[in-house]
Design a protein around this ligand. Structure first.
Ligand code: PBG
Length: 330
């Protein structure tokens, strides 16, 4: 018995176009390219320092001299951009290290722009690495004070701009911060400096390893009063709409892997470039399973990054940038 009438083969045979690598490549819908990747780097003071992050094999806290070497290697392999996070020597309630003219990120920016002028240097704008309590802003009465924090975020963004950053990326999730930072930049001669907003940033357990890397674990409570509830999709559209209205140039969805639906919808609804942040926990899971021989780490990595592109991400912030660049060059 056959589904098809005798002698009649199916008219549709999708397998025809899967017969060889060349054919598959010819009809591939999504391209993953090193040119779309941004490598996060963690800066701290000192010299010749490479402090490994236990849950993120291949990722280190780096003194600026080592950070320059790491950035240069990534740039040589085709990665066009880095995003910088800083671990200050001292933390305090007002996050002074975040906007110090000679802060660790500011120094790293100056060094990178002097030595590798063509590498795009993006800076993460947030308080959590710099506050003694680990929250993303000024704490009052046990919660982060939104409007008091805006002032410091603007100071931080401005100090990154003065150091020579090519783009600032606020990741704090305070209300109104994109407009506030935009205005501060414009009034100080940086009207041309783009803002990549962490627009839909969820309160996620996938950030665990990052907090070890950035030493930014909150000392009390959690970030649920400012980062989004993972259950919400419509709210993400609202958050993105607000940031677009306030002047964001690129909007980001974070995390990426468990939020591909959000990436897809943001891409469909808005006409700005969309970034995805392939976060620390997503990286750690792949590395751990690959280390045990349970998965093929390289293939899983490329499949994940391709899925983010397929969902609609124009660019991807990823700790895999260098590993992926190596494979994509072949
Ligand atoms: C700072 C910030 C975080 C990440 C990027 N910027 C941590 C957080 O919000 O707790 C997470 C990145 C990652 O997990 O890779 N606010």
């Amino acid at each position: 018995m056959s589904f098809y009438p005798a002698g009649q083969f199916p008219a549709h045979r999708p397998r025809r176009l899967r017969q060889s690598p060349a054919l598959r490549q010819l009809v591939r819908e999504t391209q993953l390219n090193t040119r779309q990747l941004v490598l996060p780097l963690f800066a701290r003071s000192g010299r010749r320092l490479r402090r490994p992050i236990a849950a993120m094999p291949g990722v280190f806290q780096l003194s600026t001299d080592e950070l320059l070497r790491e950035a240069a290697r990534a740039h040589e392999s085709g990665v066009p951009a880095v995003i910088l996070f800083g671990i200050p020597d001292r933390k305090d309630a007002r996050a002074s290290g975040a906007y110090a003219a000679r802060g660790v990120v500011q120094q790293a920016v100056r060094l990178l722009k002097r030595e590798l002028p063509e590498l795009l240097v993006i800076t993460d704008v947030c308080m959590c690495e710099y506050t003694s309590h680990g929250h993303c802003g000024i704490v009052r009465n046990g919660d982060v004070d939104n409007d008091a924090t805006l002032e410091l975020l603007a100071k931080e963004a401005l100090s990154h701009a003065r150091a020579g950053a090519d783009m600032v990326a606020p990741s704090d999730m305070m209300d109104g911060r994109i407009g506030y930072i935009r205005q501060a930049l414009d009034q100080n001669g940086y009207a041309g400096l783009p803002i990549m907003s962490y627009a839909a940033k969820y309160a996620s357990a996938f950030y665990g390893p990052f907090r070890e890397a950035a030493e930014s674990t909150p000392q009390f409570g959690d970030r649920r009063s400012y980062q989004m509830d993972p259950a919400n999709r419509r709210e993400a559209m609202r958050e993105v709409a607000l940031d677009v209205e306030e002047g964001a140039d690129i909007v980001m969805v974070k995390p990426a892997l468990a939020y591909l639906d959000i990436i897809a919808e943001v891409k469909q609804v808005f006409d700005l470039p969309v970034a995805a942040y392939n976060v620390s926990g997503e990286y750690a899971m792949v590395k751990a399973a690959a280390d045990r021989g349970w998965i093929d780490g390289d293939r899983v990595m490329l499949e994940m990054l391709t899925a983010m592109r397929r969902a609609g991400a124009d660019l991807i912030v990823t700790y895999f940038a260098k590993d992926a660049a190596k494979l994509l060059q072949k």
